[in-house]
Ligand binder design. Structure first.
Ligand SMILES: C[S@@+](CC[C@H](N)C(=O)[O-])C[C@H]1O[C@@H](n2cnc3c(N)ncnc32)[C@H](O)[C@@H]1O
Length: 384
């Protein structure tokens, strides 16, 4: 790698995150992120060796040396995410680096070492619902094994917070969480909208697991979350009397996400937030002669099919009048299920037509016929 580029990245403080994987020996991953300690920028190195994380803080100079002398010779690949570009480094046995440059995909994070200071749900003071759900103790400290969940909840609330301009506090906000499971995010969303932001909220969490739904309902009652209700029902059978303003569906399995999206679109939900998970639908459909070199490898085909599913979903939402973003839900070191679809009903006729053009090209190029297209066309499970 060109040392001048590395020097520029550190001198101009461009680094957002670095990640090195596929070691030549052993089982190890290294990630680096800038942090601010006493107004000084340092680089926090996290080495995960055999599932144990070791942290150290380096100066810019030490960090450059560490990358050049220790990481590049030891790993087969690395990523440097900077404010200018993403650099993908591929190292050969001789330590020579082939570097691919792509447009920047990450936005700079808050550099505070103690990130909890800026969480929408702050740590330090007990929040009854987080204590009840076993995420915090009675002193307001997040339990070590629940740290990832706590970060996920906060990240999710940040994404919700950006959409609140689309809602009016004068009327009740109807929210539904499809496939709510144990409802950590449902409770957090209810607390955030009602208690922090002052909305009048009518919320429904819906899931196929009867016992989980019953225990969530009991917790809601205990907490005095009087307008939060849980339903034991299949997403496709949901038939509310009121409209949906905000539809949330996080990691509902496979095509359950498509049923959730189609419910939201057909009930004209103003905002949609969906994090898909374990997409299998397109794996058996995708065919492309020109992509044969990629599709012949099962693991690549699986990942590609999953990305293609989300691309098709995003274009279908755009076609149906939603401005759609695909966002990184939470750092992929915490979960591989890290894409979040955020869509707001506001697309112009022109944008809808452009999306239709892109969707048809994608569909024909890959030979796919996603269920969401059929659901939105009313071919399956018409809403009653
Ligand atoms: C992986 S869990 C996610 C739970 C929660 N949303 C979260 O992010 O922590 C997926 C949940 O979706 C529910 N689910 C899957 N398909 C469903 C369907 N068709 N209707 C209702 N719930 C469904 C499952 O029962 C499960 O509880």
């Amino acid at each position: 790698m060109n040392p001048k580029l590395l020097t520029k990245i550190f001198e101009e403080q461009l680094l957002i995150q670095a990640a090195f994987s596929s070691p030549r020996q052993g089982n190890e991953k290294v990630s680096i992120r800038p942090i601010s300690i006493k107004e000084k920028i340092l680089y926090q190195v996290t080495r995960v060796v055999d599932h144990k994380a070791l942290h150290s803080n380096l100066t810019a100079e030490e960090c450059q040396k560490f990358i050049l002398e220790e990481l590049i010779p030891h790993f087969k690949q690395g990523f440097l995410y900077t404010t200018d570009a993403d650099y993908h480094l591929l190292m050969n046995k001789k330590g020579e680096v082939n570097m691919l440059t792509k447009p920047a995909s990450k936005t700079p994070q808050d550099l505070s070492h103690n990130r909890s200071k800026n969480h929408l749900l702050p740590e330090g003071a007990p929040l009854p619902f987080l204590v009840e759900l076993g995420i915090m103790n009675a002193q307001g400290k997040v339990l070590p094994e629940k740290g990832d969940k706590f970060r996920q909840i906060n990240r999710f609330l940040e994404m919700v917070a950006d959409t609140l301009v689309h809602f009016d506090k004068a009327t009740p906000l109807h929210v539904v969480d499809f496939g709510c499971g144990k409802a950590y995010l449902t409770f957090a969303l209810y607390h955030f909208l009602r208690d922090t932001k002052g909305f009048s909220v009518e919320m429904t969490g819906l899931d196929l697991k009867k016992d989980v739904v019953q225990s969530c309902q009991a917790i809601a009652e205990k907490l005095g979350f009087t307008t939060l209700h849980f339903l034991h029902q299949n997403i496709q059978d949901f038939n509310p009397k009121t409209p949906i303003d905000l539809m949330v569906s996080l990691h509902a399995c496979d095509t359950a996400t498509d049923f959730a999206l189609s419910q939201a679109v057909r009930r004209a939900s103003r905002v949609i937030l969906a994090a898909p998970c374990c997409q299998h639908e397109l794996y058996s459909q995708i065919t492309s002669h020109s992509l044969g070199g990629l599709l012949q490898y099962g693991i690549l085909k699986e990942r590609f099919a999953s990305l293609a599913t989300d691309a098709a979903r995003a274009e279908l939402l755009e076609m149906h009048g939603y401005t759609t973003q695909l966002l990184e839900f939470i750092d992929s070191t915490h979960t591989p299920k890290n894409i979040l679809i955020r869509a707001v009903a506001e697309n112009s006729a022109e944008k809808k037509a452009e999306a239709k053009g892109r969707y048809l090209l994608l569909k024909n190029a890959l030979g796919i016929s996603p269920i969401l297209e059929k659901l939105l066309a009313g071919e399956k499970q018409p809403l009653n």
